[in-house]
Design a protein around this ligand. Structure first.
Ligand SMILES: [Zn+2]
Length: 215
């Protein structure tokens, strides 16, 4: 493959592609033992993603949440590969490009090649938002970014995203690197540090929108 991996170890290679009108990230994770792969998210103009994926046996497309910018390339991808598509159960109704092949539940383990992919249901940005955890790498969609949570539409959603992040994602090992749906990656270690400052300084969770941990 002519693409440089973002990360590689003895078991997996991770490739990152940025495309579409909102500079979305899509990820290709390849099992080194079997050359089987999984794609995470399907933004518009997925040409590079698809050329890279074509050198592997792509078995699955996982969608972090039902927002159109993560799905603009969905039809193109499913027409090119024979793969199964999945999204968090609560986001599967009304997924616009197509009905996904399966719904993903909290704590479910999905297998591609020798990779185990753990689904973590993290409601807040959307009710079915799901993060995917593979070998110490976490894919967070629009739930967690370096510096803050994803955008929320109501105070209830903000409380939900904070709960998802603080009671699920921040319990992972500090060495875990997370890759969001837009922009650069971060570490759980830094997210924990920033969140603890937010927790100390934030007098009320009756807020929503674009919130940063440290303002
Ligand atoms: Zn989104």
């Amino acid at each position: 493959m002519n693409y440089t991996p973002e990360f590689t170890d003895k078991d997996i290679s991770l490739y990152k592609f940025v495309s579409g009108p909102y500079s979305n990230n899509a990820y290709l994770i390849v099992c080194k033992h079997t050359n089987k792969s999984v794609i995470i998210d399907a933004p518009g103009d997925p040409n590079d993603l698809m050329s890279a994926a074509q050198t592997t046996k792509t078995e699955m497309l996982l969608i972090t949440h039902n927002h159109w910018d993560h799905l603009l390339g969905y039809k193109e991808i499913i027409s090119r590969f024979s793969l199964k598509t999945g999204i968090g159960a609560k986001d599967s109704n009304g997924m616009t490009p197509d009905v996904p092949n399966f719904q993903i539940c909290d704590d479910e383990i999905l297998s591609v090649g020798k990779m185990d992919i753990k689904a973590i249901h993290t409601p807040g940005h959307t009710s079915g938002s799901t993060c995917f955890f593979i070998n110490n790498i976490l894919f967070t969609g629009d739930t967690l970014f370096p510096g803050g949570p994803g955008k929320t539409k109501s105070n209830e959603d903000f409380k939900a995203i904070v709960k998802s992040i603080s009671t699920k994602l921040l319990l992972l090992k500090p060495s875990v690197v997370f890759y969001p749906g837009h922009g650069p990656q971060g570490t759980i270690k830094n997210a924990k540090k920033d969140y603890s400052i937010f927790e100390q300084n934030c007098s009320s969770l009756e807020i929503h929108g674009d919130i940063e941990w440290i303002s």
